[in-house]
Design a protein around this ligand. Structure first.
Ligand SMILES: *Cc1c(COP(=O)(O)O)cnc(C)c1O
Length: 364
């Protein structure tokens, strides 16, 4: 068999080098590298328009976005959260010395099950931190109603949602705060980066802005802060990539549809949302295999052909070795069996065909 480069689940898209160099020239001319420079401000403006989110700040990564959200909302005690997400979602709660309380997910789309939230609320609960996992929308209406009834804040980990719309609104416009990641592996990226979208009052927006830059204006120190700023170099990457988002989504959609056609026909359990009035970004193609041993076999079969699929997400976060989480049977079962299939410019129809055949065969 002919050797080829390894095929990964994602591969960062890069703009034409010349285009990026054009921005580098601007940076060299201005000598402004960071601290809310002109390119950062321009990207923020373009993101506000794209996301229809007037109150947005560009930050150095999605994890900092989540930390800023927790801090700016002044949360305490217990945070109700999902066990099925990237480790950062639970990590920020622990980092802030808050207590994660896990609520199991719904079958089908693996977002937090709103019907199980109320039973876990205690006098110590201050917020719900849920993930639109794979970009599939949480039941935002139910979660909002619960939060209002109990006086809780709602934060969404919207790291996967760039380009996803529910009821005509970008998913980042839900919750008190939504946090986006623009990491190199995400559908829109700035190499490293993220954004905080504030859907609350201006005062909260101002607090996030202050906290992002050490909590002070000149010599006026107003609140605790952190360095959450991002650089002109990262903003330049974003300015190059943003206009290509629609094109990227269209390419992913084609790959996604082919996987669904081939694997669906073979009766495999493909995860997808059943949300009405939803526009997807097609960023991920997760498939649920019948058992963990079938999953491990499938990964082995794929890797002998240089195809690196990813257990995304594993483990279920309530099982992280450094915490003692309550059990979540559905999330644990899904985490043991879920595989995300490669989708990138490296992947053509023929390769999808090959991957689908291996998955179908190995999962029998
Ligand atoms: C990527 C990701 C993050 C972290 O974002 P970074 O920009 O890498 O810090 C958080 N949550 C989820 C669900 C993610 O996929």
């Amino acid at each position: 068999m002919k050797l080829r480069d390894p095929i990964y689940v994602t591969r960062s898209s890069l703009p034409p080098l010349e285009e990026y160099i054009g921005y580098l020239r601007q940076i060299w001319d201005s000598h402004c590298l960071t601290n809310n420079g002109p390119l950062v401000q321009r990207l923020e403006q373009e993101l506000r328009q794209y996301l229809d989110a007037p109150q947005l700040w560009f930050v150095n990564n999605g994890t900092t976005a989540l930390l800023l959200a927790l801090k700016a909302l002044n949360l305490h005690g217990e945070i109700i959260t999902t066990p099925f997400s990237y480790v950062a979602t639970t990590g920020v709660i622990l980092w802030e010395n808050l207590t994660p309380v896990f609520v199991d997910v719904r079958p089908g789309d693996l977002t937090i099950d709103p019907d199980q939230i109320e039973a876990t609320i205690t006098p110590r609960t201050s917020a719900i931190l849920a993930t639109h996992v794979y970009g599939f929308p949480c039941d935002v209406t139910a979660i909002d109603a619960i939060a209002r009834r109990h006086g809780l804040k709602v934060i969404y980990d919207a790291a996967h949602t760039f380009g996803c719309r529910l009821d005509g609104r970008h998913l980042a416009s839900y919750g008190d705060i939504s946090c986006l990641s623009f990491h190199a592996t995400k559908i829109f990226h700035t190499a490293e980066g993220g954004a905080v979208v504030i859907n609350g009052d201006r005062e909260l927006t101002e607090r996030v802005r202050l906290m992002r830059a050490f909590g002070h204006h000149g010599d006026d120190h107003r609140c605790i802060g952190i360095n959450g700023k991002n650089s002109e170099f990262h903003a330049a990457m974003g300015l190059c990539n943003l206009p290509r988002t629609a094109e990227n989504i269209a390419a992913k959609r084609q790959q996604h549809e082919l996987y669904h056609h081939l694997l669906g026909r073979a009766g495999l359990d493909l995860l997808f949302t059943s949300a009405a009035d939803f526009e997807y970004n097609y960023a991920y193609c997760p498939v649920l295999l019948p058992s963990e041993s079938r999953l491990l076999d499938t990964m082995q079969q794929l890797s002998t052909r240089g195809i690196i699929a990813r257990r995304y997400f594993y483990p279920s976060l309530n099982r992280l070795p450094y915490l003692s989480g309550n059990t979540c049977p559905l999330a644990e079962s899904a985490a043991a069996r879920v595989l995300c299939l490669p989708m990138s410019q490296q992947v053509d129809d023929q390769l999808i065909d090959e991957i689908a055949s291996i998955v179908i065969e190995a999962s029998k």
